[in-house]
Design a protein around this ligand. Structure first.
Ligand code: B12
Length: 196
């Protein structure tokens, strides 16, 4: 493999393929959960080391709320998306993993947000993703939602009226595009009674 010092390349071409390979081995019962946990911890440490090396811009583009949906404890992908969005000048409020939809609505009601990013890694947590997005659309009709994670795809995103990003780079591109679009068209965010 060609050597690179770029933190994003290291993440995308070495760290992520390694944890995905661990997932494949786990699926084929070649390894067990403790090994997956150890690999996940190593991945989290790698992200912590690389994150400060992503070129940071001042937060000026607006606030994005991120969370992994209820029932799902996977947060490595969401944390990588968070790191990249921050490096693109977005201010991130991270509610963490296994987050109930009510908690998300409550957080959105308290502050003005530009978009929401939701992660789901398991097929079993897709209903929680759908419920959360429906609730956000109902309470904040103009607030864009970007979804990602191994369990979701473009088709699912279209079905629930969300934007789909296949990876962190794509998430930042979509956020940038939404930022341009929203700033040139109408004021961001949107609940009628709050989130002003
Ligand atoms: C690491 C891991 C774990 C770790 C998680 C640690 C952590 N802190 O996250 C631990 C060991 C805790 C774990 C637990 C479990 N896991 Co697990 N896990 C994985 C594994 C191996 C890697 C996931 C990962 O981190 N990938 C690396 C990141 C960078 O990739 P990513 O998440 O896809 O993120 C990228 C994109 O998807 C996107 N993205 C992600 N989030 C977001 C959010 C937004 C807003 C946007 C725009 C984009 C975006 O951008 C990211 C960066 O490019 C996967 C296998 C796999 N191939 O995915 C299984 C996997 C997800 N796990 C699985 C399962 C079943 C479980 C358990 C139920 C196991 C068990 N028997 O207990 C539990 C779940 C408990 C629960 N309630 O959630 C299954 C899910 C199967 C399914 N289809 O439903 C998988 C697919 C493994 C398998 N093949 O069986 N797991």
């Amino acid at each position: 493999m060609k050597k690179s010092n770029d933190p994003l390349t290291i993440m995308n071409e070495i760290v992520i393929p390694a944890i995905r390979e661990v997932g494949d081995k786990y699926e084929h019962r070649e390894i067990y959960l403790p090994q997956v946990i150890a690999a996940a911890e190593a991945t989290t440490i790698a992200l912590k080391i690389l994150k400060p090396m992503f070129s940071a811009k001042d937060s000026e583009k607006g606030k994005i709320l991120v969370a992994t949906v209820y029932g799902d404890v996977h947060d490595i992908g969401k944390n990588l998306v968070k790191a990249l969005l921050e490096s693109h000048g977005f201010d991130i409020v991270d509610l963490g993993k296994n987050v109930k939809s009510d908690r998300i609505i409550e957080a959105l009601s308290g502050e003005k947000f530009f978009a929401v990013g939701l992660s789901a890694l398991m097929t079993t947590t897709l209903p929680a993703m759908e419920r959360t997005v429906l609730l956000i659309h109902r309470e904040f009709p103009e607030l864009p939602v970007i979804i990602g994670g191994a369990a979701v795809c473009e088709e699912f995103a279209q079905k629930i009226d969300a934007n789909y990003a296949k990876d962190a780079v794509n998430a930042a591109k979509i956020a940038d595009r939404l930022c341009l679009f929203l700033s040139s068209n109408f004021p961001v965010s949107s609940r009628r009674d709050s989130n002003k």
